[in-house]
Design a protein around this ligand. Structure first.
Ligand code: ZN
Length: 494
């Protein structure tokens, strides 16, 4: 099967065909940077990172654009409330752009720790104000928008296809909109393209309608098509933003240009914590930094970015991911098993060829099954289960000494392709280790074991035991066999 993706627009899995052969334009709604990232952000950006990696693995050239929202996102999605960045600046008694800088850096730090590849372009809304004004002017000129008291609204009744993504009907929108937000609007479902700024508003720009700032939806229409053209291939985001945010993006862009906006709409599902919806107000939001240092009442310990990433991919991006301490511990154990097998495989590549054809045949079969699962709308839980089936066969062959030399190297390369390049759960350090690091470890271990052997010959049991215990603390177990000692990593040496 070729790659099929679930398109929210059609509610079906469709074959993926890029607009321009060989190239993919992908836009994902980025964070509104007024606070540190939490595990909900991790789920979203790990999911789309996986897609980018897989598309590239398929030989496609991907341009990945993910914006930074630094203006216009209000505390109430229905065009009311305070700007989230400005509100944080007021609370921190600082400038909005300092808030933006602090949390943008924090966001990338966290994503780096999750091994999420950086987007090719990370445009900021505040850097694209002229383009947003231009799009608004065109929508007014074409009769899709109107100005009221310095604000400009999109007239949803003028765009016949409004609701095609979310399935909402304009007649039903009355219920969805707060009554106090509708005074200036011709229809309660109309949404703001440009908002009039009161004099005390912290972020405001000159416009043909007086001082103001752009509506949140507008930036994504402008920045996606500026860097990807229209139509472009994939628009991603969280399910919670399908309405109104994504619906409004489609209305603006398609009314403006008369062509389709994005071909495929991919939405990731949310996370829950111990089966409960996660939320700041519920007191169960888990920040990524807190999770990675183990400083959270719901977590018994720290979890690495690799464990969090791996745990997220154990469920499908369109399913709800439930986080709990217990499940993270289980994920950590699973990932350790995989890494132990890889550590052992690396060692065996230096040994004599022991070609277990059965393992190589299983590896080839499991690679095909893995890719087949990924082609089925990025089905990571199934792909990962194939990886673990293979690991069981590998471990069994390793324990019998039936895998070494070039055969071990071939199997190792397959792990680096599937678990490293595609899933991104092997860090670059770990992969680089396989070259120079393994030689060094081998040499050092030979030296340590010789010193231990000579201590034992001298009946210096204290030194011999101290060496064994010290190695155990580093995750190395030594087994004394009739033909000499054999060592084994019990955890990945990062
Ligand atoms: Zn967006």
């Amino acid at each position: 099967m070729s790659l099929h993706v679930y398109n929210t627009l059609s509610r079906t899995k469709e074959p993926f065909t890029p607009v321009h052969p060989g190239r993919v334009g992908m836009y994902v709604c980025g964070p509104t940077v007024y606070g540190h990232s939490h595990i909900g952000h991790a789920k979203s950006y790990v999911s789309f990172d996986l897609m980018v990696r897989y598309l590239r693995h398929q030989g496609l050239t991907v341009r990945y654009v993910q914006n930074i929202t630094d203006v216009g996102h209000l505390t109430d999605d229905a065009d009311a409330g305070e700007d989230k960045i400005a509100r944080q600046a007021r609370l921190e008694k600082t400038d909005p752009m300092q808030v933006v800088e602090e949390y943008t850096r924090s966001y990338f730090e966290d994503m780096d720790a999750l091994n999420v590849l950086r987007p090719d372009i990370s445009p900021r809304a505040s850097g694209h104000i002229p383009e947003q004004i231009e799009l608004t002017q065109k929508l007014i000129a074409d009769g899709f928008a109107y100005e009221r008291n310095g604000s400009v609204y999109f007239d949803v009744r003028k765009f016949e296809q409004y609701g095609k993504l979310s399935g909402r009907r304009i007649e039903d929108l009355l219920d969805a909109v707060r009554v106090d937000a509708i005074v200036e609007k011709q229809h309660p479902g109309d949404f703001a393209l440009w908002k009039r700024a009161e004099p005390e508003h912290l972020m405001q720009w000159n416009s043909p309608w007086g001082k103001g700032y752009p509506g949140w939806h507008l930036e994504c229409s402008v920045m996606s098509t500026k860097y990807l053209g229209q139509p472009f291939d994939i628009h991603g985001g969280g399910l919670e933003n399908m309405f109104p945010h994504h619906e409004c993006e489609i209305a603006q862009s398609e009314a403006c240009c008369g062509t389709q906006f994005a071909r495929y709409w991919l939405h990731n599902n949310m996370v829950t914590v111990d089966g409960q919806k996660m939320g700041k107000s519920l007191g169960n939001a888990i920040g990524l930094k807190a999770a990675m240092i183990g400083d959270h009442p719901l977590l018994s310990k720290a979890y690495s970015g690799a464990v969090i990433r791996y745990y997220i991919m154990k469920s499908h991006y369109r399913s709800v991911t439930d986080f709990s301490d217990q499940q993270l511990q289980a994920a950590e154990a699973g990932l350790n098993r995989l890494q132990t097998a890889l550590c052992e495989l690396r060692k065996r590549t230096k040994e004599a060829n022991a070609d277990s054809e059965s393992v190589q045949a299983i590896a080839t079969k499991k690679r095909a099954a893995f890719l087949e699962a990924m082609n089925d709308d990025f089905n990571t839980p199934v792909a990962i289960s194939h990886l673990f089936d293979l690991t069981r066969s590998v471990n069994s062959a390793l324990s019998k000494g039936a895998l070494g030399g070039s055969a071990a190297a071939a199997v190792l390369a397959l792990y680096e392709e599937l678990a490293g390049d595609i899933l991104g759960i092997l860090s670059e350090d770990t992969q680089a280790d396989s070259a120079g690091g393994a030689d060094l470890a081998d040499g050092l271990m030979r030296l340590v074991l010789e010193l231990r052997a000579s201590a034992r010959e001298r009946k210096d049991w204290g030194t011999a035991d101290a060496v064994r215990d010290g190695l155990a603390a580093c995750g190395v177990v030594v087994e004394d066999r009739p033909d000499g000692p054999v060592w084994k990593c019990t955890k990945e040496q990062a």
